[in-house]
Design a protein around this ligand. Structure first.
Ligand code: SAM
Length: 280
């Protein structure tokens, strides 16, 4: 009989390596987050919220943008990530940031209170992303920004092909999507935003190759490693095969001639109507 799937509110779990990956990710995705804030025309001041902030998320960036007179709320459902985010905030002296434990689909925060409502790599994990987008729309002030960045695994590419990569991808997809999450959520962002009565102002897709020595070169095997316990618990294979796949994929990626595109990343920015009145 397969072992129980490890309990965590987050599909990739909270193994220390996954936490470290999320901390690095906050730095790695900073440039595209700045792009998104700039595209949306969000300059400074006011209140911002980062849903599913993880151990760092966009908290520092938003803290800088709103300035000392503004405030930022980080929200995460996982108490371990909340504690880590609080340590991060304290360690960087981000005095205008508070982190709370709540579900992104029902934060309990006041309606219409935020100039910017942001989420990154959150919806991809969830079986009901529309519920979160609807909460994002509720939290934004009339005329406020709703900003979302989500990956889309449909564009994943490794060339020349590697059988171990293909096999790992097959296992990864089953395990990641076991509860109804959609790894190709990126392309759905405009539809999701419009479905929450938001005015979609722009959508952009990033297709960043990860050349040798790029910090995200091994993001796919790194993500897969966070899912190893789930893959084994689901009875899809054993740890020995996963270790071998991990070794083979990493060896393949060591070859500087191999081209790697781990996923596409969709950035979308929208606004609530300046006169919107939404349910409290
Ligand atoms: C892939 S991480 C992204 C972290 C951060 N946004 C970033 O881009 O670095 C997803 C985060 O969403 C959190 N999360 C998952 N489901 C959630 C939910 N329903 N409500 C709030 N947070 C959630 C997880 O605990 C995790 O910290």
């Amino acid at each position: 009989m397969a072992a129980a799937v490890p309990e965590s509110p987050y599909a990739l779990g909270r193994d220390p390596l996954e936490t470290l990956r999320l901390e690095h990710q906050a730095d790695e995705l900073e440039a595209q987050t700045i792009t998104l804030l700039d595209r949306a025309g969000f300059v400074s001041s006011g209140a911002a919220v980062d849903l599913g902030c993880g151990p760092a998320g966009a908290l520092r960036l938003l803290s800088e943008r709103v300035g000392s007179s503004g405030r930022v709320i980080g929200v995460d459902i996982d108490p371990v990530h909340v504690s880590q985010a609080r340590v991060y905030v304290l360690g960087r002296g981000l005095t205008n940031v508070e982190v709370i434990e709540a579900s992104a689909s029902g934060t309990g925060l006041a309606a219409g209170a935020f100039d910017v409502v942001h989420a990154r790599a959150l919806l991809v994990n969830l079986p009901d992303p529309a519920a979160v987008v609807s909460e994002m729309a509720r939290l934004a002030k009339p005329g406020g920004h709703v900003l979302v960045q989500e990956p889309d695994a449909g564009g994943r590419l490794c060339y020349p092909r590697c059988p171990a990569w293909d096999r790992l991808a097959e296992l990864y997809v089953i395990a990641f999507q076991r509860d109804g999450a959609d790894m190709c959520i990126g392309r759905r962002l405009p539809t999701l935003l419009r479905g929450a009565d938001l005015d979609v102002l722009g959508v952009e897709v990033r297709a960043d190759l990860t050349p040798p020595r790029h910090t995200r070169r091994t993001i796919f095997p790194d993500l897969a490693r966070s899912l190893h316990p789930t893959i084994v618990a689901l009875g899809l294979t054993d740890q020995a095969e996963l270790d071998e796949l991990d070794r083979s994929v990493r060896a393949h990626l060591d070859n500087p001639d191999v081209l790697v595109l781990p996923h596409l990343f969709f950035l979308a920015w929208a606004k609530t109507s300046p006169t919107s009145s939404r349910p409290q």
